[in-house]
Structure formats: structure tokens, C-alpha cells
Design a protein around this ligand. Sequence first.
Ligand code: PLP
Length: 399
Amino acid sequence: MDVKELFSDKVKHLEGSAIREMFKLMAKPEIISFAGGSPDSALFPNRELAEISDRILKEQGPLALQYGVTEGYTPLREWVVDRLSSQGIDCSFDNTIIVSGGQQGIDLAAKSLLNAGDGVICEEPSFIGGLNCFRSYNAEIYGVPVESDGIDTDRLEEILKAHDNIKILYTIATFQNPSGITMSYEKRKRVLELAEKYNIIVFEDNPYGELRFSGEPVPTLKSMDKSGRVVYFGSFSKILSPGMRIGFTTAEPELIGKMVICKQVQDVHTPVLTQMIAHEFVTNYSIDEHISKISKVYGKKCEQMMSLMDEIFPDCVEHTRPEGGLFLFCTMPDGIDSKKLLNAAIERNVAFVPGATTMVDADKVYSSFRMNYSMASEEQIDKGVRILAEVLKDALAAL
Ligand SMILES: Cc1ncc(COP(=O)(O)O)c(C=O)c1O
């Protein structure tokens, strides 16, 4: 039997993430990988989490190991509401739920809102997990370029004017994955005006927002939202641990209600044990100190990578200058295919994410690539960027 013939319309066009495929290559110990998107595992608060887990299992085992409430472990949900409120977001217990990572929040909201053929606008470049989620609902995806201060709002309006099927704009407005770019305050205002004018919903995906290491904070779109148009996705993955699979979503209560029903179908609830551990960590250990510590490390690594690139990369190769998050984005002159460059780099034991995997039409040729600086050590950044400079020079010479 050829099971491929039985695949549903929702999944038959989906390709496995090139990033996932690369994880296999990255497992080779000799590879210096700038391709992943994980936080630095050396920064996980292992000792504290071990203490907490031990205590919870000894003292509250029956609660931690039992089925839980789909909407989330109440104390953690309350903590998230307080935290978001302190960041200027108008939210309440009833419109905020815990999900199994920000990714699940995006999927549940998309599932609740999208019919096949509905339009979703995505930034270009964007996060593959978001793109694949919208693809899996057979949405029509429209790409809008990201400029140095965020999405191109003129192009956004052109697309909104030209198509009447658009329901959602998906944006990673702060320390964007993959570009590291943050949308300016002026553009955030404009995005919300356009959302109002064209009656669309904005998905604000913000897993990196707390990881600022330079520059001034910019308010979230959700905190500027006056009409309940913004669905906000947050996560503990980058500030605490991705393996614990905890995220949160805040949106209009009616949408949250549908998402809860869909979550019951997907995984019933996010594991109570990890929610309890996270709650104990954020209340009794200093989460702000932890975030400040890890952000400093990421800032240092980012600076090291950028200065070395400035020094030794060919002048025609440009890169973004992130003020937080885990990624920067490089753009080479047209004509260099970053997928081919990746093959050449892998031969020399260096990996990155080629731009194509971050674009709406992944089959075109792109001269851009994403570099992650959170996982590599200082020595690896130094060695890997130097090798990459050589690979780039060879590619330019062959043009
Ligand atoms: C932009 C963006 N959104 C969402 C996620 C999903 O994060 P999680 O499901 O671990 O919270 C990621 C993970 O890399 C991401 O980069």
C-alpha cells in the first residue's frame, strides 16, 4: 500500500522542515552550527529546577501527576495575567490560557479562524513554524517584506487592498525570527490602523520580546490594541526551557473558548508537572534576574558575531543588527543561492539556515541566510564565522 496516496489535502503539500533535517547533520560533533533556534542549554537553571521538581513530586505528587484543566494550571495562569498586565496588556484570567508552547497557540488560533482559501499575510522572511501552520489549513499566504524597522506597511496596505480574503496578519514584531528586526512604534501604530481599516486579526507572536540586550523597549501591539484585534502568543521556551513546552495566549474570550475546545482534542492540557515547576520558578526564584543574565550572554555573543562579520565578511554581505533575541540575518548579492552556499559550508563543517526556508515561496532562489548566536560557544563563533567568510569569498569569486 502506498500511504502517500491517502494523505489529506491539509498535509500532502507540506515538506519536512529543512531545519529539522539539519538537526541530523548538526548531531555530527564536528559541525559548528548557527542553524538551530534553541536557547543555550548551558543557561538552563538546572539546579533550581531539580530542587523544585523534587519538592513538587514529594509534596504535591497527586496534583502534579493527575489530569489537569485544559485552560492551564490556575496559579501559573494568574501569574501570566499579572505579568502581561504589568507590561501594559489589557488581559484577564478568562481570556488567557496556557498552551503547550507558543507554537500550539498559533495552531489553535489558526484552526479556530481559518477556512481553506482564507488569506494570511506573513512577513518575509518569517518563522517556518508559523508558515507551515497556515499552509496546513490551506490558507493562501501573502508575503510582505520586512524592512530595517519592520514590515513594509505600504506593501501591506497594497496587499490588503488587492485581496478580500485576508483574515490574519502574522507578525513577529520584536526580535523577529529569522531577521532579528524589531518593528518601530510608528509602524506598529500603522499596522493596527490598517487592521482596523481592513477588518483583519493580528497574530502577534512574541517568544523573544523579553530577551532585550540593547536599545529601548517598544510596546507590544497587544498593549496598543483598542479593539481586541490582536491575538498574543507568548512562551517560556526562550526565557526558561523549551523542553517544558509551556506557552500562553491571550485574545478575545470567544476565540479563547474555541481554542480551548481544539486544545482538548489535541492534547487535553499542557502537562501539570511542568506548569507547576515553571510557576514555582517564576514566583520563588527570580525570573527577572534569570532573564537579565541570559540576555546579557546573548548580547555578548551577538556582538562578537557582528563585530567579526564587520571585520572579515566581504563588504557586499550585509547583516541585521538585533537588539535582542537569538538571530541575525545576512543578505548576499543577488545571484548567490544560499542553499548552495549551505552545501559548501557544511562541507567545511559550518551550518546556517538558508533564506528559502523562511519565505512564502520556498522554491525560489534567495541570497539570504539566518545565523543563530545563542547556541555556539565564543570559540565556535570565532572559528565558524571565519570559515563562513572564506566560503562567502569563494562563492563571490565564482559569480
Ligand atoms: C517566532 C517563533 N514563534 C514560535 C515559536 C515556538 O516556540 P514554542 O512553541 O517553543 O513556544 C518559535 C520557536 O522557535 C519561534 O521562533
